[in-house]
Design a binder for this molecule. Structure first.
Ligand SMILES: [Zn+2]
Length: 240
């Protein structure tokens, strides 16, 4: 299966990004991406971004307009990124918002006390959209879940996994004594045992660079694409 050029994780001025959606999409198109997704922070009490339904709807409307302008030239998807915590598990995501979205990314799953995979699975079935884990380091988020079991859950519950090559989400190892950086690398490269289990399973993958204030991040998908190639996982890569 051929290599694909996609990036489904980009923020805009609607949350804590520096660019309007049209600028992100123009960059993606200029650099030859096939698909670009806008995924601003929504319903995330601990993050900037729209937390009420009318402002979420104006965000979606703005991305829809850009999509119309580009037509068939590039796939423009509208998603959102939700910091998974008590706010989300209690209130859920309004149906009329879900109906207008292409996907939802959840970040920090497993990193907040009590809000892990089990809680995500509990709300996932009501969402009715592609749902994925944003920039997740499996070793840090799910240290107690056996890798086969993790793959089983993601496959059964239809939760995709984003590979994020951005420096801001890399694993950093510090020297235990002087605190100096020993290495920094993308979490997926640290989680290779998990990704080896993905081949041949119905576990979706995406690439997302978590663009905020650096426009060149939009097309900076190369290492994640190389990793997918190395493990033979293009069959798993989703079109959202
Ligand atoms: Zn993000």
């Amino acid at each position: 299966m051929k290599r694909r050029k996609i990036n489904y994780h980009n923020h805009t001025v609607f949350s804590d990004g520096s660019f309007i959606p049209a600028v992100i999409v123009a960059e993606a198109y200029a650099k030859g991406l096939e698909a670009v997704g806008i995924s601003d922070h929504c319903f995330s009490g601990i993050k900037l971004g729209p937390n009420d339904v009318p402002s979420v709807e104006s965000y979606i409307g703005a991305v829809d307009k850009v999509r119309e302008r580009y037509g068939e030239k590039i796939r423009v998807a509208v998603g959102m990124e939700v910091a998974f915590g008590s706010n989300m598990a209690e209130s859920g995501i309004p149906r009329r918002v879900c109906d207008r979205l292409d996907y939802i990314l959840f970040e920090y799953v497993g990193l907040y006390r009590g809000f892990g995979l089990r809680e995500l699975v509990a709300i996932r079935r009501d969402i009715g959209l592609p749902v994925g884990l944003a920039h997740t380091d499996m070793d840090l988020a799910f240290p107690d879940v056996e890798r086969e079991k993790l793959a089983d859950i993601l496959e059964k519950e239809d939760i995709f996994v984003e590979l994020c090559p951005a420096r801001r989400n890399m694993r950093v190892a510090l020297h235990p004594v002087d605190g100096e950086e020993l290495y920094i690398k993308p979490a997926y490269r640290c989680n290779i045992d998990f990704y080896r289990l993905v081949r041949g399973r119905r576990i979706g993958l995406t690439i997302g660079t978590d663009t905020h204030d650096n426009l060149s991040d939009v097309a900076d998908i190369g290492d994640a694409a190389d990793f997918i190639e190395e493990l033979g996982l293009w069959e798993n890569v989703l079109e959202l």
